[in-house]
Unconditional design. Structure first.
Length: 400
C-alpha cells in the first residue's frame, strides 16, 4: 500500500481541503477533528484522536499552521514526521507535492519556507484575473479598454483634483504616478461652479500619453459635452440637473441620485427611488450607478444600505463606490480605512472604486486601494479571509 500524507483540520476547512485535493488530483487523507475552527486544535487533541488509529500507511502528518507551540511531541509519540502546514489551503497541494524537497518545521508555518512560491502564485493569479474574459458587464475605453463585472477584480478610478488649475507637466506627472501605483482609469477632476470647457481638449490630449481610459468628473453640461467630443471614455456625474444631455453621449455614464435642486436624499429608499427614476429616463445608455457614499456620522451606514438595496434589486447594473467622502473627511490614517472600504465593496460586488489624493493625509491612497483590491479579490476567489495571503497593507504594524 502506497503511503500517504495525513492532513489534520477542523470541520470548517475539511471540505475546502478536499476540494483542493480533487482539483489538483492529489491523494491524501483528511482527518476532521471535532472542532469547527482549525486554530482551536491542540497537540493533546491530536494525540488523543489518533491514539490507537492504524497509521501504517501514513508517511507524514501536516497540521494547521495556527496550532500553538512546538508539535515535535506529536511526531515523537506517533513516530511519524509531523509538520506545520501553510496558512492558506490553496498552498497545501504544493506542500504535499514537495514535502521531501522543501524545509518544513514543527514550530513555524510552512509560509516561511515557500514565500517565493506564494509570491509567484499570487502574481500569476492576479495576471489572469485582469485578462479579458468572455463575459463582462461593461467596457470602458477603446484604445486600452477596461472591462468590469463578474469575475474581474474591482477597477480603480483615480481623480486628478482641480485639473484645469494645473500645468500640463503637473497633470502628466500625477497621471503617471497614478498609473505606476495601479489605477485603471484616470479621472479629470473639474472645478465646481466654473466652466473650463476650453481647457478640456488639451487636458485629454495630454492624458492620452498615459494610455489608460479617461473619465471626467463634472456636472457642467458644457464641460461634459466638450469632453465627449474630445474623446473621453467615461462621464461622471449625470443627475437630475443634466440628464437631458445624455442623448448626446455615447460613452458609459455614472448616474447619481441628485435632484434638480442639487440635493441627495438622506434616506436609502429615497436615494434608490431617485436613482431608478433617472436610470429609467436614460434608455439604451451604458450606465454605472453610484448611490453616493456619505461621510461617517453624516449618514454613512444609511448610504451603505442604499448600495445593498440597489445591488439586490439590479444585479446587472455596475456600481461605483466613491471612497473620498470617508477618507478625506476623517482624521485617521487612510491605509486601514481604504482596506475596509475595499472589503465592503468586494462583499457587495461593486465593480468600481473612485478615489483621489486631494490632501496630505490621503497621499498614497491610490497605492493602498490598489493593494486592497487585489487582497480582496484573492480572498473572495479563494473563499478565505483577507489574511496571510502573501500580500498585505500592514505598514505601521507587522504581524510578527
Amino acid at each position: 500500500m502506497k503511503k500517504q500524507i495525513l492532513l489534520i483540520t477542523g470541520r470548517n476547512s475539511a471540505q475546502l481541503i478536499k476540494g483542493q485535493l480533487r482539483k489538483n488530483k492529489i491523494l491524501a487523507e483528511v482527518y476532521q477533528m471535532p472542532v469547527d475552527v482549525s486554530a482551536f486544535i491542540t497537540k493533546d487533541m491530536i494525540l488523543k484522536e489518533l491514539a490507537g488509529k492504524n497509521l501504517r500507511n501514513i508517511s507524514a502528518i501536516i497540521v494547521p499552521s495556527a496550532i500553538r507551540g512546538d508539535i515535535s511531541a506529536v511526531a515523537k509519540r506517533l513516530k511519524i514526521h509531523c509538520y506545520k502546514g501553510p496558512s492558506q489551503i490553496i498552498d497545501l497541494p504544493y506542500i504535499i507535492k514537495n514535502i521531501y524537497k522543501i524545509q518544513l518545521s514543527t514550530t513555524k508555518s510552512a509560509d516561511f519556507f515557500i514565500k517565493e512560491q506564494i509570491y509567484r502564485r499570487n502574481e500569476q493569479e492576479l495576471k489572469e484575473a485582469y485578462r479579458k474574459k468572455k463575459k463582462f458587464k461593461l467596457k470602458i475605453g477603446t484604445k486600452s479598454p477596461v472591462f468590469i463585472g463578474y469575475d474581474y477584480p474591482i477597477r480603480l478610478i483615480s481623480e486628478i483634483v482641480d485639473a484645469p488649475r494645473l500645468s500640463d507637466r503637473e497633470i502628466l506627472k500625477i497621471a503617471r504616478y497614478y498609473k505606476k501605483f495601479g489605477t485603471d482609469i484616470i479621472d479629470i477632476g473639474m472645478i465646481s461652479g466654473e466652466d473650463n470647457s476650453e481647457k478640456i481638449p488639451n487636458i485629454v490630449k495630454i492624458l492620452c500619453n498615459v494610455n489608460l481610459p479617461l473619465s471626467i468628473d463634472s456636472s457642467n453640461m458644457n464641460e461634459i459635452l466638450t469632453s465627449v467630443k474630445s474623446g473621453i471614455d467615461l462621464v461622471l456625474s449625470i443627475d437630475e440637473t443634466n440628464y437631458k444631455i445624455a442623448d448626446s453621449i455615447d460613452v458609459p455614464i455614472v448616474v447619481i441620485p441628485r435632484d434638480k435642486n442639487g440635493v441627495i436624499p438622506k434616506k436609502a429608499e429615497e436615494r434608490i427611488k431617485l436613482l431608478v427614476k433617472l436610470i429609467s429616463k436614460l434608455e439604451n445608455k451604458k450606465i454605472i450607478a453610484d448611490p453616493v457614499l456619505s461621510p461617517l456620522n453624516s449618514g454613512f451606514t444609511e448610504s451603505i444600505k442604499s448600495y445593498i438595496i440597489f445591488r439586490r434589486k439590479y444585479p446587472e447594473i455596475p456600481l461605483m463606490l466613491g471612497v473620498g467622502n470617508v477618507t478625506e473627511l476623517l482624521d485617521a490614517d487612510s491605509i486601514g480605512v481604504n482596506a475596509l472600504l475595499a472589503g465592503i465593496a468586494s462583499e457587495m460586488g461593486i465593480e468600481l472604486i473612485f478615489t483621489t489624493e486631494g490632501s496630505v493625509k490621503t497621499r498614497g491612497a491610490v497605492k493602498e486601494l490598489s493593494i486592497a483590491i487585489r487582497m480582496m479579490y484573492l480572498s473572495k476567489k479563494r473563499s478565505q479571509l483577507p489574511k496571510d495571503l502573501g500580500i498585505d497593507l500592514l505598514v505601521a504594524k507587522k504581524k510578527r
